[in-house]
Design a protein around this ligand. Structure first.
Ligand SMILES: Cc1ncc(COP(=O)(O)O)c(C=O)c1O
Length: 470
């Protein structure tokens, strides 16, 4: 694993600039026969040496992607946008709006192990419907007004209290922003923080939609290994020192896809590293409350006194994915920038959703629901584990979350298994989707949270039987 990371870091900078220019052409920023920015302008914009841009332009010229006209500069050749004209959708979907995970989720399957979502029968839908009525009685004008851009004041007040009491986060309601899901939060943070060619540290593997968002921003990704013991802090420090990343996007608690949790002692040190190297830590924490035996360590945000952590806590997973409620905690001045981004995105998350969520969240029912849910999910996990161990597959039992990160037997590639299993209406996510380097082909993510117990056992038996045919 180490070797690949090293080789990617050694990928010459001019080649990364070459790819960056092609990506911008793909996105339609520069069309055929458009003059490209001068070497000086582009070098200043993406913060690299002029010689690097010169080498990238020369490579593109040699490959016929760009041509030189007299002495007036570099122009986009017909050739590099040819594919766009003939296969427009393909180009757009592979770069500008790519979301590989969503593509997999669109494939219908009876045995659904690809969605890291909870079976809707285990979620509090019935209670939520009661709160809909209550909310309309309490706030008759709820549909006739906009929410505040930052989020409903009452909800932010309750959440800041909850975070203080339960997670030791010292927060005022002004330091919270409500977004429409964690996905919107990641996207807004990327818009605010990242320019073309900025570097972002990401775990390897990691939540793939975040990778797609960072790629869309034109960022360079620097992978950091995550293991059952957390990160290698020497590696983290070296990468921060060498690449000066703008941020490190992390999911350190019941991590998606691996289920690993970064230990408490590393959390404090990571915040110190972030301060030392001016690297923002974006802590994505949607699985914190889904644990089996004991609660996980405190969020990194709890150790942050200087404002280097942005904390994203979505409630999509265990309350209601359909409400799209997520809380983002951060200090000023980042908060100001995020509020501006939120106003451009949608002018505020729907007030009705926030009020329904608030009334459920502050009720006794939430705790009762969580206690039952943890037991149900543990049963699901154990069914999946039983079938895996009968088949001799390898995984590390997670302490929470919704997924198992499974190493396939030596002779099986995730891609081949995926093709066969889709034919049998079984879905899972191949490991390479989560890999910033697009490798990890002997790993798959199996979610145990969506299929009911009967389908879970049946589907796992079919999947492991399929693997025996290799
Ligand atoms: C790590 C991680 N972040 C963010 C999300 C998206 O969450 P939301 O539904 O709140 O947008 C997911 C969903 O699977 C996730 O696993």
């Amino acid at each position: 694993m180490k070797k690949t990371i090293v080789s990617r870091q050694n990928h010459p900078l001019f080649r990364q600039v070459y790819d960056h220019i092609l990506n911008r052409i793909d996105r339609g920023e520069w069309s055929a026969h458009t003059k490209l920015p001068s070497i000086r302008l582009l070098a200043d914009e993406i913060n690299v040496h002029r010689l690097t841009v010169f080498k990238a332009y020369r490579g593109l010229t040699d490959d016929g992607k760009v041509y030189v006209k007299d002495k007036s500069g570099y122009f986009v050749s017909e050739d590099s946008v040819y594919s766009k004209k003939t296969q427009k959708d393909k180009v757009v979907s592979t770069y500008a709006v790519s979301n590989s995970l969503a593509d997999i989720h669109r494939i219908p399957a009876k045995y659904q192990f690809s969605q890291a979502l909870i079976d809707p029968n285990l979620l509090p839908n019935i209670y939520l419907s009661e709160y809909v009525k209550k909310v309309f009685d309490l706030y008759p004008k709820v549909m006739g007004t906009y929410a505040s851009i930052q989020g409903d004041e009452e909800l932010r007040g309750s959440l800041s209290e909850h975070f203080r009491e339960n997670h030791h986060l010292q927060l005022s309601s002004d330091e919270l922003l409500i977004t429409s899901g964690a996905q919107q939060a990641i996207s807004m943070i990327a818009q605010v923080m990242l320019g073309p060619m900025d570097t972002v540290m990401v775990e390897r593997p990691t939540y793939s939609s975040a990778l797609d968002i960072f790629r869309r921003q034109g960022a360079r990704l620097i992978p950091v290994s995550i293991t059952p013991e957390g990160y290698n802090l020497d590696e983290v420090e070296t990468l921060m020192h060498t690449h000066k990343p703008r941020m490190f996007y992390m999911n350190p608690t019941h991590h998606n896809p691996t289920g690993y949790t970064v230990p408490a002692w590393q959390r404090k040190l990571l915040v110190e590293l972030a301060e030392r190297y001016n690297c923002l830590l974006v802590e994505d924490d949607p699985f914190r409350d889904i644990y089996f035996d004991k609660p996980p360590p405190l969020p990194l945000f709890a150790y942050d006194t200087e404002g280097w952590v942005i904390y994203i806590n979505s409630f999509s997973k265990y309350i209601a994915p359909g409400l799209r409620i997520c809380a983002v905690a951060c200090r000023y001045p980042f908060m100001e920038q995020l509020i501006k981004a939120k106003s451009l995105a949608d002018n505020g998350t729907p007030l009705l959703n926030q009020k329904i969520f608030l009334h459920y969240y502050t009720s006794q029912r939430l705790q009762q629901h969580l206690e039952k849910l943890r037991i149900a999910l543990q049963v699901h996990k154990e069914i999946m584990e039983e079938e895996l161990s009968l088949a001799g597959w390898e995984w590390r039992a997670p302490e929470g979350g919704l997924n198992l990160w499974v190493k396939l037997p030596r002779n099986i590639s995730s891609e081949a298994l995926f093709r066969m299993s889709i034919g049998q209406s079984i879905s899972f996510v191949p490991g390479e989707i989560f890999d910033p380097l697009g490798e990890l082909r002997s790993w798959i993510r199996l979610s145990y949270s969506f299929a009911n117990e009967i389908l879970l056992r049946e589907g796992m038996q079919r999947l492991t039987a399929l693997s025996r045919t290799f």
